[in-house]
Each structure stands twice: as structure tokens, then as C-alpha cells.
Design a protein around this ligand. Structure first.
Ligand code: FAD
Length: 389
């Protein structure tokens, strides 16, 4: 934490390695210099300079940082988690840019792509010179992606794609889209350069959440791709789900970053605001709130580190990641909302971070598996009774 008292109480820094602390400091400095000062404006205007940011994040080695080779940094999963935590302490939208680039688009190509696909895209994506997006969700299919209607039809050696993808992060700024589609042989993944004729991306407006992040609808009308545009091996939902597990892992760390930043803001505010003749922080009701929120930030961070150490060790299961995603998103949004109350009227202004974080976390609770879906995943793991349908 940036607040010394909170930092001492949490005692998290002592659990981090030298490398992890270096990345923490690096990302914090980048956010302080290049992100935080602009957030109130970006949020108000619902704009974000995604290209410039991608370049800066690429220069720091944060894009696809947990992948090996092809210009990627090859860091541990926990180090990647720490980076997500610091990015989301600035804004969930910035962390989303990095998650979608590294854990969804790049990971999909890295894990399932051909050697040619990897060589063509990964080095440029790692450098932030090319932006990627990941098209799984459709207007009528989110939690149940198996129902998707986007279809890729064989035509000679070519593939011809038709369909619509909705809520796609980075969609209208992307150079390449990983698009999942039904085929005559199960769901398969396609690497689609966004300048292919028939591909259009339209930005989603009127968002009350993740306003400093680009969200788009992708339309594919007779998008003709060569035979080698498909991921060669993977079939079925296993492909996209493997990528979602990676991105969810980052959210376990990230969401607690948003909570931590809200809490730091609330502590500062409570110290400086005088009500009824003494500092707000001197009242028992305020201290009760701050104490309870510190418990959740502390437990959430320990859970994140636990899952990080598992992932870097013997491995972490998707169900364990669901546990972290469900808990940390749920507690983070509760903390951000409670912090907002401490700021009174100032709490509703984007000049202060809590309401921005609370608004953002509405999306974070919904994407990468809603809270309900993660409850069902955990319920299934505990009982062996799948209750999804
Ligand atoms: P639905 O699936 O229609 O769910 C509606 C409600 O029903 C939810 O409360 C849900 O929990 C509940 N529900 C669903 N199934 C069950 C069940 N079996 N039992 C009980 N309740 C159930 N998608 C991408 O592919 N790529 C992206 O980059 C991307 N970025 C996003 C960015 C933002 C800002 C947002 C908001 C979404 C993004 N998404 C993206 C989409 C996101 O993953 C979906 O919105 C999410 O999976 C939920 O799907 P849905 O919105 O269709 O809701």
C-alpha cells in the first residue's frame, strides 16, 4: 500500500520477492506519471489513449509478461498478478487493456497458435505495437458461450466467417482479433487481422462503468480468411476457457488493487476532513468501517498470493481461480462503495477514486464469468452436481 500505516498493518510487502517488488514499483511509477493524473478526464469523456498506453506498457514489458519467448518477458504468474494489482489500483480499465492483450489475445495465440501465427503477432503485441482483442461473447450468448452463432464455413481452402461479437474490450482499436466461431467440427479459434474486408468494429457508448476502456461490437460479414488463419489443434470450449482462466487469475489480484486504492483514499480523506469539530477519522463509526475494509483487503490479497504461489508451483485449478475471482470482486466492490460514503458528497465526484472504482467493478464482477457463474463452478466442485442448466 502507499499509505504507511495501512502498509504496516497489511504486512504484504514482506511476502513479495525482490523481482515482485521491483515490478510493483515500476508499475506504480508508470501509473502515477502516465495514468492517474488523466483518469478523471478520461472517465468523464469516456476516452482513453489506448495506442499510446499500449506502447508505454509494452516498453515496460507488461504485455504478455507471463509468457515465454516471442519477445515476452517470461515472468512468474505472481509477478504478473502484482502488475495487475498496481494497474487496477489506478483503474480497472487500464488493467483490462493489459489483461485482454496479454491473457486473452496473446495467450490464445501463444497457447493454441501455429508457429507462423506466433511469430507474426506475439513480438509486436508484446511491444505494444499491435493491439489484440478477444471475441467470445455475442449479443445473445455471454455466460453460455457454447450457444454462439458466429459461424466459420469452409470454402475451398479458405474460411468465411459471419456473426456478431458484443462487449469486446479493445475491439475498435485492435489490429488483430481472436474470434471464436462454430464450425462443422466444433468451436474453433481464428486469428483475424482487423483490416480484413467485412470486419467492422463499433464502439459501445453510454457505459456507466469501465469508461476509461474501449468496448466494441464486432461485426463479421463474409470475412474471408486463408486456411492458416485457424488455430490448428484446439476444438470446443476448452480453447477459450483456457484463456479465461489466465485473465481471471489477473483479476483476482487486480480487483483488490481497486479496493486498496479506494481504502487509501478514504483513510486520507477521513484524516483531513473535520466534522462536528474533529477529524472524521476520529469517530468510532468511521474507524469501524476502515477496520472492516482493511480485513477484506488483507484477506483478498492473501488469497491472491496463495493462488499465485500455487500457479507458480504445482498448479492452480480453474475452480480455485473461481474462488479468488468471486471473493475478490465481491469484496472489492463492497469496499469501494463503503469508501465512497466516507467521502460524503465528494465521494460522488470522479475527482476521487472510490466511485470510479465502484463503477468499474460492476463490469469486473460481470466479465470473465459473472459472480453467479463462479458460484455454480464452486458448487459443482463441491457437490459434483453441475447446476448450470
Ligand atoms: P448473461 O449470460 O445473459 O447473464 C445475465 C444474468 O444471468 C447474470 O446475472 C448471470 O450471472 C445470470 N446467469 C447466467 N447463467 C446463469 C445460470 N446458469 N444460473 C443462474 N444465473 C445465471 N466478452 C468477450 O468475449 N471479450 C471481451 O473482451 C469482453 N469484455 C467485456 C467488457 C465489459 C465492460 C463487459 C461489461 C463485458 C465484457 N465481455 C467480454 C462480456 C462478458 O464476458 C459477458 O458480459 C459475461 O460473460 C456475461 O454475459 P451476459 O452479459 O450475456 O450475461
Amino acid at each position: 500500500s502507499r499509505n504507511p500505516q495501512l502498509n504496516r498493518l497489511l504486512g504484504i510487502d514482506g511476502l513479495l520477492t525482490e523481482d515482485e517488488r521491483e515490478v510493483q514499483a515500476l508499475v506504480r511509477r508508470f501509473c502515477d506519471d502516465q495514468v492517474r493524473p488523466h483518469l478523471p478526464t478520461w472517465y468523464d469523456e469516456a476516452t482513453v489513449p489506448a495506442r499510446e498506453l499500449a506502447k508505454g506498457l509494452g516498453d515496460l514489458g507488461l504485455l504478455g509478461m507471463h509468457l515465454e519467448g516471442y519477445g515476452c518477458a517470461g515472468s512468474t504468474a505472481t509477478t504478473y498478478g502484482i502488475a495487475c494489482h498496481e494497474l487496477e489500483a489506478a483503474d480497472s480499465g487500464i488493467r483490462s487493456l493489459v489483461s485482454v492483450q496479454g491473457s486473452l489475445a496473446m495467450f490464445a495465440i501463444w497457447r493454441w497458435g501455429s508457429e507462423e501465427q506466433k511469430n507474426e503477432w506475439l513480438p509486436r503485441m508484446a511491444a505494444g505495437e499491435a493491439i489484440g482483442c478477444f471475441g467470445l461473447t455475442e449479443p445473445d450468448f455471454g455466460s453460455d458461450p457454447g450457444g454462439m452463432r458466429t459461424f466459420a464455413k469452409r470454402d475451398g481452402d479458405d474460411w468465411v466467417l459471419n456473426g456478431t461479437k458484443m462487449w469486446i474490450t479493445n475491439g475498435s482499436v485492435a489490429d488483430v482479433a481472436v474470434v471464436w466461431a462454430q464450425t462443422d467440427d466444433k468451436i474453433r479459434g481464428f486469428v483475424v487481422p482487423t483490416d480484413t474486408p467485412g470486419f467492422t468494429a463499433t464502439e459501445v457508448t453510454k457505459k456507466m462503468s469501465l469508461r476509461a476502456s474501449v468496448t466494441a461490437e464486432l461485426s463479421l460479414v463474409d470475412v474471408r480468411l486463408p486456411a492458416d488463419a485457424v488455430f490448428p489443434e484446439v476444438r470446443g470450449l476448452k480453447g477459450p476457457l483456457s484463456c479465461l482462466s489466465e485473465a481471471r487469475f489477473g483479476i483476482v489480484f487486480g480487483s483488490i488493487g481497486a479496493a486498496r486504492d479506494s481504502l487509501e483514499t478514504a483513510i486520507d480523506y477521513a484524516e483531513s476532513r473535520t466534522v462536528f469539530g474533529k477529524p472524521l477519522g476520529g469517530y468510532q463509526l468511521t474507524q469501524g468501517k476502515l477496520a472492516d475494509m482493511t480485513l477484506e483487503v488483507s484477506k483478498g490479497m492473501l488469497l491472491a498470493l496463495h493462488l499465485g504461489r500455487l500457479k507458480d508451483g504445482d498448479g492452480v485449478t480453474p475452480e480455485q481461480i473461481s474462488l479468488g475471482k468471486l471473493n475478490n470482486c465481491r469484496e472489492a466492490i463492497a469496499v469501494a462503495r463503503e469508501c465512497r460514503t466516507i467521502l460524503g458528497a465528494n465521494g460522488i465526484s470522479t475527482e476521487y477514486s472510490p466511485i470510479r472504482h465502484a463503477g468499474n467493478l460492476e463490469s469486473v464482477m460481470t466479465y470473465e464469468g459473472t459472480s453467479e457463474v463462479h458460484q455454480l463452478v464452486i458448487g459443482n466442485a463441491l457437490t459434483g452436481e453441475p447446476a448450470f442448466r
